[in-house]
Design a protein around this ligand. Structure first.
Ligand code: MLT
Length: 256
C-alpha cells in the first residue's frame, strides 16, 4: 500500500490525517505554521487525493498509515493526529500500533460508532453517492462541516477538495465510516499525552463529545476553538496551530 504524502520540516514527526471526504490538502494552513517546529507528514488516506486503492475499513486505513511510517524509516514514535474520520483512524492505530505513538491529537472526532439513526443516514448517503457525483455529496455536507460564519474562501476550498475525490473512494469510505467499531474502550488504552480539539460550533461532533473523550483519556487536555465548526484547522488556523504547537512543545525532548 503506497500513500501520497507531503513531508515538510524537521524535528519531531507529526502525522496528520484528513477528514471525509477531503484530502491532505486540508492541512495546507498547518504546513507553513508547523513545519518550522516539527516534521509534518500529511498523507492522503487510501483512495483520497493522490493515493490509489480505496479501502472499506478504518482499520485498513490505519494499516496504510503504519506502512507509510515503515516506508519513511520512521522508527521513533510519532505524534499522530486526525480530524473526524482521521480521528477514527487514530483509534484503530492505537489498537494495533500503540508502541509507535509519542502523542495523539484528536480533532473534531468521536469515539462512538454510528448508532441506528446514523447508520440509516449513512445508507441514504451511500444511495445518494451511487447516483450523484462527489460534487453533490460535498454540497450536501457543507452546511454541517463549517460554522455559518466561515469565510467564503474556506467554503470554496472545502467544496473544491470534496468535489475532486473519486466516486469509488466516496463509496468505499462511507462503508468504512458506517461499519467502524466503537472506540470508547480504546480511550482507556491511550497511554500517551493527548490533545483533544474541537470547534465550538461543530455540528457533526459537538463539544460535549470531545469533553467526554478527554475525560476518558488518562493524559488528555481539551481545547475548544471559538468561531469554528467541524474544521477548525481551516476556519481558525491560527488558534488551531497554536494549540498543536503548544502540545508538541509540551512533549519536550524534541528530536531534531
Ligand atoms: C469527517 O469529517 O471525516 C466526517 O464527518 C466523519 C463522519 O461522517 O463520521
Amino acid at each position: 500500500m503506497t500513500l501520497a504524502f507531503d513531508d515538510v520540516g524537521k524535528g519531531r514527526p507529526v502525522v496528520l490525517l484528513h477528514g471525509f471526504p477531503l484530502s491532505r490538502q486540508m492541512w495546507r494552513p498547518q504546513q507553513d505554521a508547523l513545519s518550522g517546529h516539527c516534521r509534518l507528514i500529511t498523507p492522503d488516506l487510501p483512495g483520497f487525493g493522490d493515493s490509489p486503492h480505496p479501502v472499506t475499513s478504518i482499520e485498513a486505513m490505519a494499516d496504510a498509515v503504519a506502512d507509510l511510517l515503515v516506508h519513511l524509516n520512521l522508527t521513533e514514535p510519532v505524534v499522530l493526529g486526525g480530524l473526524s474520520m482521521g480521528g477514527y483512524v487514530c483509534f484503530a492505530f492505537v489498537r494495533k500500533y500503540a508502541d509507535r505513538l509519542a502523542g495523539l491529537i484528536l480533532a473534531d472526532t468521536r469515539a462512538e460508532a454510528d448508532d441506528e439513526t446514523a447508520r440509516a443516514n449513512r445508507d441514504k448517503m451511500i444511495g445518494f453517492a451511487s447516483t450523484n457525483p462527489p460534487s453533490a455529496v460535498i454540497e450536501q455536507m457543507l452546511p454541517k462541516l463549517l460554522a455559518p460564519s466561515a469565510a467564503p474562501d474556506v467554503v470554496e476550498d472545502v467544496r473544491r477538495m470534496g468535489a475532486a475525490q473519486r466516486p469509488a473512494t466516496i463509496l468505499a469510505a462511507l462503508q468504512a465510516l458506517r461499519n467502524r467499531p466503537d472506540s470508547t474502550s480504546t480511550l482507556e488504552e491511550v497511554r500517551v499525552p493527548t490533545l483533544v480539539i474541537v470547534g465550538k460550533e461543530d455540528a457533526l461532533t459537538p463539544p460535549p463529545l470531545s469533553e467526554r473523550m478527554a475525560a476518558n483519556i488518562a493524559m488528555a487536555t481539551l481545547t475548544v476553538i471559538d468561531g469554528a465548526g467541524h474544521m477548525p484547522n481551516l476556519e481558525q488556523p491560527q488558534a488551531f496551530n497554536q494549540a498543536v504547537l503548544d502540545f508538541v512543545h509540551g512533549l519536550g525532548g524534541s528530536i531534531v
